[in-house]
Design a protein around this ligand. Structure first.
Ligand code: TYD
Length: 197
């Protein structure tokens, strides 16, 4: 089973993933991973994030190359070996974030990015969406990169809402405006029920 965590920067994903890694609710052998990955493709992505002049379409394909490598070398081998996988960000980050950076470039940028992935990606079985408003998110994250402005995150959030509408059964919405302890507890309970069936 492939479980992904999604949400705006500052939604508390990293804290939740660390808590999951330490939790006995997660079966032994579960693979924890993330996008952007630690591969050289991921390094290229991080370089692009730091570049305020990066072309959004070029950036989409860097993220997407990282995703292809991630699937081929981490996700599929783990799933084929019967391990559960938990990924901190995955394809929905592209649909939501690059769907926003490509605004104006295509009629429907979210659909365009989905179409680029559709023939070859491995969709998640379940996705936890840490829901927080952009003001709280930017305050928490300290607006560390070009993606972390309120206006931009507003559009990213709308795109996540659209994805949830398209696949309500895959998404589990978690109110991430609550205290860190409360959010972590809900995340662990949700993952527990997902991986144990
Ligand atoms: P993030 O996981 O938040 O990294 P960190 O823990 O180092 O802050 O991801 C980095 C940024 O990249 C974040 O602002 C979201 C953005 N992003 C995209 O725009 N598209 C994607 O496909 C992914 C995976 C991330």
């Amino acid at each position: 089973m492939l479980v992904t965590l999604e949400g705006l920067d500052g939604s508390g994903k990293t804290t939740c993933v660390e808590a999951l890694e330490a939790s006995t609710a997660v079966p032994e052998g579960t693979v924890f991973t993330r996008e952007p990955t630690g591969s050289w493709y991921g390094d290229a992505v991080r370089r692009s994030i730091r570049d305020d002049d990066a072309d959004p379409l070029a950036e989409l394909f860097l993220y997407t190359a990282d995703h292809a490598d991630h699937i081929a070398n981490t996700i599929e081998p783990a799933l084929d070996g019967g391990q559960a996988v938990i990924s901190d960000r995955y394809s929905d980050s592209r649909y939501a974030y690059q769907g926003a950076t490509l605004d104006g470039r295509f009629d429907d940028p979210v659909a365009f990015v989905q179409d680029v992935h559709e023939p070859w990606t491995r969709p998640p079985d379940a996705t936890l969406y840490l829901d927080v408003d952009p003001e709280t998110a930017t305050q928490r994250s300290g607006a560390a990169n070009k993606f972390e402005t309120v206006d931009y995150l507003e559009r990213v959030r709308e795109n996540y809402e659209r994805l949830i509408e398209e696949e309500p059964d895959r998404f589990h919405r978690i109110d991430a405006s609550k205290s860190a302890d409360a959010v972590v507890e809900t995340v662990i309970d949700t993952v527990d029920s997902l991986v144990r069936g």
